[in-house]
Write a protein that binds this ligand. Sequence first.
Ligand code: AVJ
Ligand code: FE
Length: 436
Amino acid sequence: SEALDAEALRERALTTLVTARERTTLLTSCVEEPDLTAQHSPLMSPLVWDLAHIGNQEELWLLRAVAGRDAMRPEIDGLYDAFEHPRSERPSLPLLPPAEARAYAAEVRGRVLDVLESADFDGTRLTEAGFAFGMVAQHEQQHDETMLITHQLRTGPQALTAPDPEPVPLYTGPSEVLVPGGPFTMGTSGEPWALDNEKPAHRREVAAFHIDTTPVTNGAYQAFIADGGYEDARWWTPKGWSHIRRHKIVAPLFWHRDGGQWLRRRFGVTEVVPPEEPVLHVCWYEADAYARWAGRRLPTEAEWEKAARFDPATGGSTRYPWGDADPTPEHANLGQRHLRPAPAGSYPAGESPLGVRQLIGDVWEWTSSDFQPYPGFRAFPYKEYSEVFFGPEHKVLRGGSFAVDPVACRGTFRNWDYPIRRQIFSGFRTARTAAA
Ligand code: AVJ
Ligand code: FE
């Protein structure tokens, strides 16, 4: 019934908003004030910018758009508009200092919870208002991942800790599976909190292909390095080759060589690169070159989604590789429960019907595809979420990393970035076309 739907919506909105704020609070209270206002990399905003931007977007989409309130502090809107100021410029803006940014975000949140409690979501507004709460919770979680990236770029002593994933026996299953050819349903029309770029559901023809059962590991990637992969132009696209030569890139970001072994810096701690863990912090050019060296290629975005959602028993598409149930800790490494991907072959309960593992969680997976709209795409609620980013300059990543909250992760969820980006929690798996 409608009343029940409204109560369920209120409950879900409240839980996801609270979860997001707990994470934002952790990420902005585990370092001292100078670390909140400093720019740890020109690629990132100061943490205190993300904090007030989270509050400002929440004010915009929930207090102003849904509840019809006036702007609380119209003079700060411009500071926190991501399109007005590129990240590199943000530290020089007259940003709210940490205490004020915190107070502003908390004030917005207090008013939002009042709106949520008293709103009577009638049938017509239920879907629309519900989406606005879901979008805002996802937005905050996406910035929490962005802030975690900033933490990884920050130098200095460790500020964040989390237990490591459960050790698992060495994965000995097949290295790839065959995904049969034929049409499947890509995207979604029914998922209430899906973002505009995931919609609408449509049929896609995908020829038979093989795909890796796990993401590519550090061990496998080290073999590429040891084989001279970074010194051999054959494996690289011309743009990729000139990029790695110009920037002297010889290994994933945060790796360095120490005598005979590769070490990496991870959230303030240096460790030996773990061979069974999915490779992290590679750009699209590196993923693409590795795949070519291995005699393979990156999957297209449609192939990735078919591997993740197509159920050969029914011919339909599920929400996740394991079915339609929301993710639990048994299914996938999500939500910053750990500060690293789990070893390849983890989470058997999360595998797809064809036996593909770790499609959701652990590392964002580069695909070969440019970020493009689906047929029938409608920008919603604003063009600057997805539409302005469509085009060949952005490559699609799928599946989500250990730093993605379940609310911002689905079999249909699409992320995108420039092919040079590698501070993000990015890895990949490879594919090959099946013989006809
Ligand atoms: C979807 C991760 C590319 O961080 O630029 C945050 C998400 N959009 N605020 C980004 C987003 C507006 C976006 N990505
Ligand atoms: Fe944002």
